[in-house]
Design a protein around this ligand. Structure first.
Ligand code: HEM
Length: 395
């Protein structure tokens, strides 16, 4: 197999600076080529839309079963959940989660989401000034998922911190990763020791996992790993999406006006928020065979960093990719992934965003950003705090 020369980069995508603001570095990687070798990490970076999509759609060549992080030590410990499996094992586990997360099923909870969003927003706007991360996104995302899954109240307050730690372990063996391993272990212990079948609310999604285990549809020992999928994948991601939305609407009041004047734009606005600020920025895959990607030969056993955040700003796919435009409706963005691992919770995440945007549009005319800091995470991109002052709508 012969292929084009693979360009190299010494850009450190996991440096503090680029974790806070990765987008210029992503553009540089896209310019370098479809696949770029990172000698520092002995891994390839895939930053262009077409190649990212191709990798995600081909689990046979680009496997998740040897982990989806960069640290081979942590990858070696994976396999307990769903994210780090390939079909057919993957499919049997996913079948347990899919039924309750189908759009039709999620829409049954719309009234609950609308009401909860409206109450939360009403409480916050009465203060005029609030942190869109800790006071809005955290309680909203955690309560919605925890209630639907039927998690006990014990330990809910630490789920976000631990989920964030778990995502850090997907990075290289840097300080963030090393200092987060305890948090990840505690998240898993929450699933084995606290969110136990006897303490889950009957008939909710968590109890459904154990019922599937009892029926023999999945191995009983896989149940805590699937609980982990909810507690981990379903909260911190949506927190980032919701707080990024507030931040973007504060920076682009014209787009907020547009949404308020035409609520039918809400789904397109959610897609645009997710495109331009993907909560999950990077996972990895492992090549199972010598193969070609974008004309470049990838040897068997290579690690590839799949850069969702870079693909979504590929200028050859989205014109003026850095412009936030809620009318573009980029429903083919890659923020939920693609292929067999495409986010099973996407319908819920979207409905959460729709209900919240609608509730905010009812009450808030303008967001003014007072303080904004980005947090460091090896896999995610999200705000640490986003303190806003709101001008109320007189409608
Ligand atoms: C805006 C919010 C969200 C974003 C951006 C997001 C992003 C993603 C991405 C990129 C993947 C694919 C990973 C891969 O290809 O390796 C994924 C998978 C997954 N997500 Fe989400 N997610 C979100 C919300 C949720 C919610 C609300 C839930 C559940 C309640 C959830 C549960 C899952 C699960 C279980 C998987 C694994 C699916 C599989 O491996 O087949 N996610 N998510």
């Amino acid at each position: 197999m012969s292929g084009a020369h693979c360009p190299e980069t010494d850009l450190d995508l996991w440096s503090d600076e680029l974790l806070r603001n990765p987008y210029d570095a992503y553009a540089a990687l896209r310019r370098l080529g479809p696949v770029v070798w990172m000698p520092r990490y002995e891994a390839y970076a895939v930053a262009r839309y077409d190649e990212v999509r191709a990798v995600l759609q081909d689990w046979r060549r680009f496997s998740s079963a040897k982990g989806v992080g960069l640290s081979e030590e942590m990858n070696g410990r994976s396999g307990r959940g769903i994210l780090t499996t390939d079909p057919p094992l993957h499919d049997s586990r996913r079948r347990v989660l899919t039924p309750q997360l189908l759009p039709a099923e999620v829409s049954r909870h719309q009234a609950f989401l609308d009401r909860f969003a409206a109450d939360l927003v009403a409480g916050l706007v009465s203060k005029r000034r609030f942190d869109a991360v800790t006071e809005l996104a955290h309680p909203y995302s955690v309560t919605v998922v925890a209630d639907l899954v039927g998690l006990p109240s014990e330990g809910r307050d630490r789920l976000i911190e631990r989920a964030s730690a778990a995502f850090n372990t997907f990075g290289p063996d840097n300080d963030l990763n090393l200092s987060s391993r305890d948090g990840f272990r505690q998240l898993f212990e929450y699933c084995t020791d606290v969110a136990t079948p006897d303490r889950l609310t009957p008939d909710r999604w968590g109890a459904g996992i154990y019922a599937a285990g009892a029926r023999g549809e999945i191995e009983p020992e896989a149940c805590p790993g699937l609980m982990l999928a909810y507690a981990w994948a379903g909260m911190d991601t949506t927190v980032n999406a919701v707080s990024a939305a507030v931040s973007l609407f504060a920076d682009h009041p014209d787009q907020w006006d547009l949404l308020r004047s035409d609520r039918s734009l809400i789904p397109a606005a959610a897609n645009e928020v997710l495109r331009i600020e993907p909560p999950v920025q990077r996972f990895t895959r492992y090549s199972t065979t010598d193969t070609e990607l974008g004309g470049i030969v990838i040897p068997e056993g290579s690690r590839l960093a799949v850069l969702f955040g870079a693909a979504n700003r590929d200028e050859s796919h989205y014109p003026e990719p850095d412009r936030f435009d809620i009318t573009r409706n980029p429903s083919d963005h890659l923020s939920f992934g693609r292929g067999v691992h495409r986010c099973v919770g996407a319908p819920l995440a979207l409905q959460e965003m729709y209900s919240l945007f609608d509730a905010m549009a009812d009450r808030i005319e303008r967001f003014t950003m007072l303080e904004r800091t980005w947090r460091l995470n090896n896999a995610l991109h999200g705000l640490e705090q986003a303190v806003v002052e709101v001008t109320l709508s007189d409608r």
